[in-house]
Design a protein around this ligand. Structure first.
Ligand code: HMG
Ligand code: MG
Length: 298
């Protein structure tokens, strides 16, 4: 059955911008984060404490995390692949971080330069340290519906990595269709496999829209009971270590779908769409939200 409410995790400032080749000013990032908060989004992934050599666009993570205007009730989170990243994030006063692994060995190597098993070992001290500091940790699994290097991924592998993250203490596991190759039936089967080990309300759907299937896939997993959805305003984004991967499903499109399903989000669609129009103009990108474009031309 469909959930009554859905929490949107807005990943635009991180997933949406991380792959932009031209430097985007910290001020623009801060304004984006602020506008997203003003539209009613309660969870914003604001930065990424990764190596600036690997992802130059996220090099201003400290400034972003320390300068953003905190709105009451809004969680501002950041990616931290290792202890080094976590320590830096803690210095900036983060309240939530995320570790990111994969269900594909080849992708794990390309993205974080280690095997799946090594990544899980690396995450353990991150979770321990975060717990000490009272910081919640989210866990990502990439390539849950296909890998750019290995092709098909077995749902059992997705379930195994997800379970490891959950047992380690991640409060939620976000399932990434990194390259958007999933289709609704596959998405449903994957969720069925993962939810045998992890309660449905501890899972999130993180779907990229490369093949135009993200909304359909979301509909399928919402019907299974998924109630946390990651999305990116204006459909911004792409992963630097997944060639050809396009942005996340657009937040505006997700909110429009959920409004139609009478599922509460607490988000003001017009304000959100205005944010999508503004950021795409600010960074010179097309608006990949159909709803955003429709509302802007109404
Ligand atoms: P490594 O080279 O194996 O790490 O990289 P290392 O420990 O050997 O360190 C090498 C250098 O990086 C050193 O600097 C470290 O200080 C530095 P040097 O001595 O050469 O000057 N370093 C760091 N600097 C800043 N922050 C850190 C950090 N750690 C080490 N935290 C590492 C390992 C994970 C750091 C690297 O592979 C990396 O940064 N990868 C980035 C991957 C990434 O950001 N990918 C995109 C995000 S994931 C994603 O988009 C998928 C998702 O959206 C879900 C989905 O869609 O599927 C989440
Ligand atoms: Mg992603």
């Amino acid at each position: 059955a469909f959930p009554k409410q859905v929490r949107l995790v807005e990943v635009g400032p991180r997933d949406g911008l991380q792959n932009e080749p031209e430097p985007i000013s910290t001020a623009t990032k801060l304004e984006l984060i602020d506008r997203l908060g003003a539209s009613g989004i309660r969870h914003i992934e604001a930065a990424s404490f990764v190596s600036p050599k690997w992802v130059p666009q996220m090099a201003d993570h400290r400034e972003v995390m320390t300068s953003l205007t905190r709105r009451p009730g809004v969680v501002y989170s950041a990616l931290t692949p290792n202890l080094k990243g976590l320590e830096a994030a803690l210095e900036c006063g983060v309240e939530e971080v995320a570790v990111f692994g994969a269900a594909s060995e080849a992708f794990s190597q390309k993205n974080i330069n280690c095997s799946i098993a090594e990544s899980l070992q690396r995450f353990e001290p991150v979770l321990e340290r975060a717990k000490q500091a009272n910081v919640r940790v989210r866990g990502y699994v990439s390539c849950v519906l296909g890998c750019p290097y290995e092709g098909e991924i077995d749902p059992a592998k997705v379930a195994e990595v997800s379970k490891a993250l959950y047992q380690m203490g991640c409060y939620e596991v976000s399932l990434g269709d990194t390259i958007g190759t999933g289709t609704p039936l596959k998405a449903k089967r994957m969720i069925e496999a993962v939810s045998r080990d992890i309660p449905m309300d501890k899972l999130a759907a993180h779907f990229h829209d490369t093949y135009g299937q993200a909304l359909a896939n979301l509909y399928a997993v919402l019907e299974e009971g998924i109630s946390v959805v990651d999305s990116s305003v204006a459909g911004l984004g792409g992963c630097p270590y997944a060639k050809g991967a396009s942005g996340n499903v657009a937040s505006e499109d997700v909110v429009y779908l959920l409004d139609g399903l009478e599922i509460e989000t607490g988000i003001d669609l017009d304000k959100l769409a205005g944010t999508g129009t503004w950021i795409t103009q600010a960074i010179g990108r097309p608006n990949r939200s159909k709803v955003g474009v429709a509302l802007a031309t109404k």
